[in-house]
Design a protein. Structure first.
Length: 131
């Protein structure tokens, strides 16, 4: 694992007024010599409009491609794989600037490394505060 890294990225996110808000990001890690291209779509639902007033739902799907050149961080081997995933978060706004929520996520990748290949599911509970 790199002790420090410079990662550069460029992204485009569509206007919120579209049915599924698409985005495209390209990341490059100078230390890992790795390029990551990600496309995603997000759809948010106001809870009051779907029968759960006081809560909101955010869904996201994404797919990406990672291309990594040989470095000391990956046993001096090139590595490339595809990945895709989906998530859903249920949130509740508290006051004027705080959000609490829970979420479920799934991701799958084609990485050939035994430690990281395949799919995984994880869950989260979170709180976001703005001042």
């Amino acid at each position: 694992q790199a002790e420090s890294d410079k990662e550069f990225y460029l992204g485009v996110v569509a206007n919120k007024d579209v049915a599924l808000r698409p985005s495209l990001y390209v990341y490059y890690s100078s230390e890992l010599k790795q390029t990551n291209v990600v496309v995603s779509g997000r759809k948010d639902f106001v809870g009051g409009e779907i029968g759960i007033p006081g809560f909101d739902i955010s869904t996201k799907i994404y797919a990406g491609s990672i291309q990594s050149s040989a470095t000391a961080y990956n046993d001096n081997k090139d590595n490339a794989y595809l990945y895709a995933g989906a998530s859903v978060d249920v949130t509740r706004t508290i006051g004027a600037g705080a959000v609490i929520g829970v979420g479920a996520h799934y991701t799958y990748n084609t990485d050939g490394q035994d430690a990281t290949k395949g799919g995984t599911t994880w869950y989260k509970a979170f709180a976001n505060f703005r001042f």
